[in-house]
Design a protein around this ligand. Structure first.
Ligand code: C5J
Length: 222
């Protein structure tokens, strides 16, 4: 067992053999300058800044032989998995499926939907394409985790309050113990990230735990 004593709100223990790292939506359109996220007026440098820490986290988990899973928020090219309520909401300059600066926005196979090269999955790692915010909705993730005997999940990725938090809540309801790595997740809105970290670990880890990457690394080496 690995004991992350510094985790909040109290120590988090996990067995690497029954734990997976889930890296949420580290895609070009959310993170890279010139992508869809920036066209929406977001400061993507905030998200770009966590890339080295996420890379270190992935490397650590790979070195320890732990399962690494990646997700991408994207839709089929015919948009048959895109509910009108998601496509039509609001008055953005670009909608999902429209031609954006890196190809069609959030469409599978387009440049913008790809995971950034620095964090590219390697052979044998599961990549989940998800049409929703949560990675369990309309995907094979639950079946895969059951097959592999996974009972704990460590989370990283973007954005903290949207796809990361939604997936953690889905996982918590399905009985997984969840640890969110604070400096391996980010939001375009600092206050939303801070609030999410607080609400995840409130009321005795009502959704899960949080810890810094250095605290996880130290726990593994102790
Ligand atoms: C994610 C979003 N990945 N914010 N998507 O959080 O729309």
């Amino acid at each position: 067992m690995v004991h992350v004593d510094a985790a909040l709100p109290f120590p988090f223990a996990f067995d690497p053999a029954t734990t997976a790292l889930v890296v949420i939506d580290m895609q070009r359109d959310f993170i890279e300058p010139g992508g869809f996220g920036e066209t929406l007026g977001n400061d993507v440098s905030r998200l770009h800044a966590i890339v080295p820490t996420v890379a270190d986290l992935i490397r650590l988990c790979r070195d320890k032989g732990m399962a690494v899973i990646h997700t991408r928020e994207c839709h089929r090219p015919d948009l048959s998995d895109l509910p009108p309520a998601k496509r039509n909401r609001g008055t953005p300059a670009l909608r999902i499926g429209d031609a954006g600066p890196m190809g069609r926005v959030l469409v599978a196979g387009e440049e913008g939907a790809k995971i950034i090269p620095q964090l590219a999955p390697i052979d044998g790692e599961l990549v989940i394409d998800k049409p929703g915010k949560g990675a369990f909705y309309a995907t094979s993730l639950a079946d895969h985790l059951a097959q592999e005997g996974i009972s704990s999940l460590i989370f990283a990725g973007v954005t903290t309050e949207v796809c990361v938090q939604t997936t953690m809540r889905e996982a918590n309801d399905r009985g997984f113990d969840c640890l969110l790595i604070e400096d391996a997740t980010e939001s375009y809105f600092p206050a939303f990230k801070a609030a999410t970290l607080e609400m995840v670990r409130a009321q005795g880890a009502i959704i899960g735990w949080t810890a810094l990457f250095s605290q996880l690394e130290k726990a593994w080496h102790d």
